[in-house]
Design a protein around this ligand. Structure first.
Ligand SMILES: [Zn+2]
Length: 258
């Protein structure tokens, strides 16, 4: 039988057997929020889980159940967005990670594409290091993808943009049935202080340098699209997925040994 990679599909003796060999686990966390006119609201969650499954297959480190929502309040004007306050999310993570730790997991690796979850994850990560001596780490998925843009010749958009070319390409690679390219269009942005938005709502590039500006998505873009997804392709999505899975597999293989 193929080794199971999802904790939720294992029996308790299988999980306790795994812990005798390995105390590392991947925790995918995402969001339910607008991702423009052409993508579903679960993009962050979908990407976190699908990448986690590939990395788990390669490293034999299992995947904890997806945490499907996070802090996405600034998108709330768009229908379907579901948001937990950071205080709530911190408490969810304390109890969720606390359960894993009580069973013997000592290395918790978050795969997180959503910027709104960073504050909660780092709070619990630092707290649990002090309290239990465990290691909590977080791979900022879109942050890594942003750095990879320059390495993929065929991409027209070389930096990551919310609902832009890179994100759309990756969803095309995983779930083409969920992408409606007839609705994809270049985002019409409303520049703040005369400067364009950076990767996502809430960030501007001021004279080329990133500065956070906390405003509603509605104030920054008409459609919720921040870049130009019209050149997105499945092929470029596959290239980005391979690249990030290689980096994250190497990271997990290294952290397993610490
Ligand atoms: Zn997001």
């Amino acid at each position: 039988m193929r080794q199971k990679i999802l904790l939720s599909e294992m029996s308790w003796p299988e999980i306790s057997g795994y812990l005798k060999e390995n105390d590392c686990i991947i925790i995918p966390i995402g969001s339910i929020e607008e991702e423009g006119l052409h993508l579903p609201v679960n993009v962050d969650s979908l990407i976190a889980l699908e990448i986690a499954k590939i990395v788990a297959d390669r490293t034999k480190v299992i995947v904890a159940p997806l945490i499907p929502f996070g802090y996405s309040e600034w998108h709330m004007e768009y229908c379907g967005t579901i948001s937990l306050m950071t205080e709530t999310l911190i408490q969810v993570l304390r109890e969720y990670c606390g359960s894993l730790i009580s069973h013997g997991f000592r290395k918790l690796v978050f795969f997180n594409p959503h910027i709104g979850n960073v504050a909660a994850i780092s709070q619990v990560g630092f707290e649990f290091r002090k309290k239990f001596g465990v290691l909590v780490t977080m791979a900022n998925i879109w942050g890594i993808i942003d750095k990879m843009g320059q390495e993929v010749d065929k991409l027209s958009e070389k930096s990551f943009r919310h609902a832009g070319e890179m994100m759309t390409s990756m969803v095309l690679a995983f779930r083409p049935d969920l992408v409606d390219m007839t609705k994809a269009r270049e985002g019409v942005e409303k520049p703040m202080l005369g400067e364009s938005n950076n990767r996502a709502p809430g960030e501007i590039l001021f004279h080329g340098y990133p500065i956070e500006v906390y405003q509603r998505t509605k104030e920054t873009s008409n459609s919720g699209i921040m870049g130009n997804p019209t050149n997105a392709t499945k092929e470029n999505g596959e290239i980005l997925i391979n690249k990030i899975c290689e980096v994250l597999s190497n990271f997990i293989n290294k952290i397993k040994l610490t």
